[in-house]
Structures are given as structure tokens and as C-alpha cells.
Design a protein around this ligand. Structure first.
Ligand code: UD1
Length: 361
């Protein structure tokens, strides 16, 4: 059996890593790893391959950054000849980025089976490019692997037949649990001169937050206010770096709001694990903070990962300045700690996926 696995952007790497390691236990499965090149910076891509022990991709399509239509089309154009040459039994895609839908679509048109890992998540906000990618990828997938119960309900409502849906848990949490111990040795706190529980972590990269100057200004003003009470460490995504250069930080105090380059997986895991509070618009970090028991304020108006709200670690605060400040202050004033357990987020999702694929394809 031959499986082509696809990665493209940063959040894909921690999702594919446990699968790549699991395939090694199954000699009857031949696998190839295709990197679309959607993310290409050393800090957005190569560092993750090193930290997670993912082998060099067999094929790199080297598409780079382009508009959504051109990027998706370029990936499709470059992926089709790979499938025609390799003729795999299955293409496995993860998450919700442009590489996910582009490769799923090419495979589906060539009558090659598609597996989607992290299927069924819905924000119900079609202005998010990821929501379009999720809905379309799920519609053409043959194996839909879900991370939480809401996903199955969403898929059934969209007319996906039940026998295609498999609740397997969360491969990104497989990676977190596997590397948690190793991340303890990271020296990132010393490097940033912070002490455990004495700083907050901020990440921002959603177009709805960073591409709109008024929204970004409101968020940054809230962060400046929060940084008067707790030091804020802000690893800046390349997309956000460009937007921030337009924003004049009048009152920014460099010692309290610390802008740094994106970190690798292990350093970032350590930074998140020891934080007092996380503020983010990332999807994956909402899940990671849930397992780490770290309070997370989500700077969006919705989430496609409602289980993180039910677990009690995540709160949706949108981009309203006062709401962000008030919610952060409540967390800083409270001593309560939550360590939720989430069904099947147990480090064995990749094992379940590979055992299902082995028997089905
Ligand atoms: C993409 C995904 C998003 C995911 C995010 C994680 C889509 C639609 N979006 O968004 O779901 O949460 O990745 O990071 O697929 N850039 C670099 N170097 C890189 C990559 C990007 O400088 O290695 C810059 C480029 O200027 C580019 C911009 O960042 O134009 C945005 O990159 P892009 O891949 O288009 O989208 P992301 O915002 O990263």
C-alpha cells in the first residue's frame, strides 16, 4: 500500500510527525512525504522538521507565498504530475490550509482515495479561508478522522455518511505529549529572561486581525495595557511582521512587550507550558493550552474547536480592546488552575489512524 502525505504550512508539521513515526512500524505501508512549500522560511518550516525528527520531504513543490487563488492553483498544477507518476493508493492531508484543499482536490479528481486528518471542525464563519478549506476538503474525502465529538455532528449535518467518519483523537496532541519532556530542557526562558508563570505569550496571524489596521491597533492597545501588569512575549509571524511595521507603537515599552522572531517547536512548547496566560488567534494553540492547563484568550469571534471552551481553559474574547483587557485581568487576579482531560487526546491518535488505514485501503 502506498500513501502520499502532504504538508505545507507550519501547523501541518506537528500533525504529520506522529503519523510518519507510526508508519515506520508498518513495513507493508510505503509512504512519501510531499511538502508544498507554502511555508518556506527556516523558522516557519525547517526548524520544525529538525525539532520533530521528520525526515526531509521526498518532494518539495516550492510554491511559496502567493494570492489564495494562485497559491492553490500552483500547488494543484505541481501536485498532479507527482500523483500521475507515483500512483498512490491514498493521499493523506491534515488541517485546513490551502495545501490541504489543493492536494485533496487533485487526488479526488484522479480517483485516488483521500484521508483528512482533523476533519469536521467548523467555525461557521465563511469569511475565514480555513473554513472554506475545511468544508471542501471534507466533502471530497473518503476517510474523515476527527478530534472531538462536535466534528462528527457537523459532518453528518453536511450529509457525509457515517461510515467514513472515525473519531481517533488529536495527532497534534500526540506530538505535544511526546515532546513535552524534551521541551523541559529548552533554555528559552533564560534566553528571554523570564520566570515561570511571570509572563504572557501572544501570537497573532489571522488576516481578520492583522490585515485590518483598525483591528490590529485595538488589539495592540489592549496588549500594551496588559503588559503594564505582566511581561508579554510576542513571537511575530512573518505576515504580522509586515502589518506591525505600519502600526506606530507610541507607548510600547520594549521591556514589557517583547517582540521576537517565530520560535521552533520545542522552545515554543516550553514557553507556552510555563506561561501565566496565552493570548492567540491560532486554532492549534487553543488545543495545546487545553492539554497544558494554561488559560487561553482567543482573539477571534468564534472557534471551530468548542471542546476547548467546554474544558474551561479557553475563552473567546474577539478583538474588543476592553474585553481583552478585562478578561486578562480576571485571569491574572485568579489563582485557579484547570487540568482538563479530553477524550482520546492521549497520544495514540496516529496509531489509531494508521491501524484503520492499514485495514481499509
Ligand atoms: C497559513 C494558513 C493558516 C495557518 C497559518 C499558520 C492558509 C489559507 N492559511 O496562513 O491557516 O494558520 O498558515 O502560519 O493556508 N511568509 C513568510 N515566510 C513563510 C511563510 C509565509 O515570510 O515561510 C509570509 C509571506 O509574506 C506570506 C504571509 O507570510 O504572504 C502569509 O503566508 P501564507 O502561507 O499565505 O498564510 P499564513 O498567514 O501563514
Amino acid at each position: 500500500m502506498k500513501i502520499i502525505n502532504v504538508v505545507g504550512a507550519r501547523p501541518n508539521f506537528m500533525k504529520i510527525a506522529p503519523l510518519i513515526h507510526e508508519y515506520k512500524k508498518q513495513p507493508e505501508i510505503e509512504t512519501l512525504l510531499v511538502h508544498t512549500g507554502q511555508h518556506y522560511d527556516e523558522k516557519m518550516s525547517k526548524l520544525f522538521f529538525e525539532d520533530l525528527g521528520i525526515p526531509e520531504p521526498d518532494i518539495n513543490l516550492e510554491v511559496g507565498s502567493l494570492s489564495h487563488a494562485v497559491q492553490t492553483a500552483e500547488i494543484m498544477k505541481r501536485f498532479e504530475p507527482v500523483l500521475l507518476k507515483e500512483r498512490p493508493d491514498l493521499v493523506l492531508v491534515v488541517g485546513d490550509v490551502n495545501s490541504t484543499i489543493a492536494c485533496a482536490l487533485v487526488a479526488s479528481k484522479l480517483d485516488i482515495k483521500v484521508a483528512h486528518v482533523e476533519a469536521g471542525l467548523r467555525s461557521f464563519d465563511r469569511s475565514m479561508p480555513e473554513e472554506i478549506n475545511r468544508v471542501l476538503t471534507d466533502a471530497i474525502s473518503d476517510y474523515l478522522f476527527t478530534t472531538e465529538p462536535s466534528a462528527k455532528e457537523n459532518l453528518l449535518k453536511e450529509g457525509i455518511s457515517e461510515e467514513k467518519i472515525y473519531f481517533v483523537g488529536n495527532v497534534m496532541i500526540d506530538t505535544l505529549l511526546k515532546h513535552r519532556q524534551e521541551a523541559i530542557n529548552s533554555k528559552v526562558l533564560e534566553m528571554l529572561e523570564v520566570k515561570p508563570k511571570d509572563y504572557a505569550v501572544l501570537t497573532l496571524h489571522r488576516p481578520s486581525n492583522v490585515d485590518n489596521p483598525a483591528v490590529l491597533k485595538g488589539i495592540m492597545e489592549a496588549i500594551e495595557e496588559i503588559s503594564r501588569h505582566i511581561k508579554v512575549i510576542f513571537p511575530v509571524h512573518p505576515r504580522t511582521e509586515k502589518a506591525l511595521s505600519l502600526y506606530t507603537q507610541r507607548t510600547k515599552d520594549e521591556r514589557r512587550l517583547v517582540l521576537i522572531k517565530p520560535l521552533g517547536y520545542l522552545d515554543f512548547l516550553k514557553l507556552m507550558s510555563e506561561a501565566r496566560l496565552v493570548l492567540t488567534d491560532s486554532g492549534g494553540m487553543q488545543e495545546e493550552t487545553t492539554i497544558l492547563g494554561i488559560p487561553c484568550l482567543t482573539l477571534r469571534n468564534n472557534t471551530e474547536r468548542p471542546i476547548t471552551i467546554d474544558a474551561g481553559t479557553n475563552l473567546i474574547v474577539g478583538s474588543d480592546k476592553q474585553k481583552i483587557i478585562d478578561s486578562a485581568m480576571r485571569i491574572l487576579d485568579s489563582a485557579s488552575v484547570i487540568f482538563p482531560s479530553v477524550a482520546l487526546w492521549d497520544g495514540k491518535a496516529a496509531e489509531r489512524i494508521v491501524s484503520i488505514l492499514k485495514d481499509c485501503v
